[in-house]
Design a protein around this ligand. Structure first.
Ligand code: P6P
Length: 337
């Protein structure tokens, strides 16, 4: 039987990639892996115990929180708090950021932004959900971290990744040295390296967008969709539409097969729906590291100014040539159109 590397072994092996880190980032990634296993256990048996359904509370987005949302948030906050490497947590499920104090975290240097359970509206229908995380080093060197430490541009991330809880559970992450994927082996309770050095195809034939919002799409998006749908043998069009309604699942498929995921501004989401800090930035970092591209239709996601914790952005992300073509269509129209 082929012996493969566990996440822990891989992290330690790659520790040399961080000249200044003395193992802190490695331990932080380990903590995230631990929480992911706990969330996976509950996601996998969600249909069996009373954990599905409404928790009776709402998050800042005004979305009904599902019990699994609340559980996942608690697991990641707990693992990051007791791991001792994280000083600030920004979570989709918390209106304000959490400052991790106490002896164990007194020298903590890392800020973690997280969407603990993305796509949670799919929980009750047994469709893929995921976790997205983004990691920064604080800029200040002492005292309580400030918003200046937290509202950093995406280009400042030191690591980012996601966990997809699907037919198998995978953890996919980057530290700026490429992208690697680990599949959870339930028989040993370890994430094992299954997809080394992941690269997104430069071109693809899958487009992922909620066409239910079509009438409210910007003209450039409508123009690009028509491009995807027209017959053209040379460029293998029409493309295929694939949209799960769970960003992590849609992006994971497109990372492997090639494709573009678009969530543009719409009438109901004039600034886009997806959140910059803990959805767009981490996914943009990871996809760029895999050779893809991510923009808001006009500007690189990772260069966007970050002005508040739950800021939203339009996103066009995936195979480089497909994002370039979509941006070309967007360029014919001014941003507000
Ligand atoms: P819509 C899930 O709620 C999410 O945040 C992403 O995971 C997903 O891509 C998107 O929203 C789906 O939004 O408007 O198509 O239902």
């Amino acid at each position: 039987m082929k012996v493969t590397k566990t996440l822990g072994q891989f992290i330690i092996e790659k520790q040399a990639d961080f000249p200044y880190a003395k193992g802190e980032l490695s331990r932080l990634l380990r903590d995230i892996g631990i929480a992911a296993k706990l969330v996976n256990r509950e996601v996998n048996k969600a249909g069996l115990v009373d954990i599905i359904g409404e928790a009776g509370t709402e998050n800042i987005q005004g979305e009904n929180q599902k019990k699994l949302d609340v559980y996942a948030n608690e697991q990641f906050i707990s693992a990051l708090t007791y791991g001792g490497e994280c000083c600030i947590i920004v979570s989709e499920e918390n209106d304000e950021y959490l400052h991790i104090e106490g002896e164990v975290s007194k020298d903590a240097k890392y800020i973690v932004a997280i969407d603990p359970l993305d796509g949670s509206s799919n929980i009750d229908v047994n469709v893929n959900v995921g976790t997205i995380f983004s990691i920064y080093r604080r800029k200040s060197t002492s005292g309580k971290p400030t918003m200046d430490d937290i509202l950093q541009k995406g280009v400042e991330q030191v690591a980012a990744g996601y966990i997809t809880y699907g037919s198998s559970t995978m953890l996919v992450y980057t530290t700026g040295k490429g992208v690697n994927g680990f599949t959870l082996d339930p028989s040993i309770g370890e994430f094992c390296l299954s997809h080394p050095n992941m690269r997104i195809p430069q071109d693809g034939h899958i487009y992922s967008i909620n066409e239910g919002h079509y009438t409210h799409f910007p003209d450039g998006v409508k123009k690009y969709l028509k491009y995807c749908q027209v017959e053209d043998k040379v460029t293998n069009r029409p493309y295929t539409s694939r949209y799960i309604g769970s960003m992590v699942a849609d992006l994971h498929r497109n990372l492997i097969l090639g494709g573009i995921f678009i969530y543009p501004v719409t009438a109901s989401a004039p600034n886009g729906k997806l959140r910059l800090v803990y959805e767009c930035n981490p996914m943009a970092f990871l996809i760029e590291q895999a050779g893809g591209k991510a923009s808001n239709g006009y500007e690189r996601i990772l260069e966007l100014d970050v002005n508040h914790l739950h800021q939203r952005s339009a996103i066009f992300i995936g195979s480089e040539n497909m994002v370039n073509k979509a941006e070309e269509m967007m360029s014919f129209f001014s941003p507000q159109q």
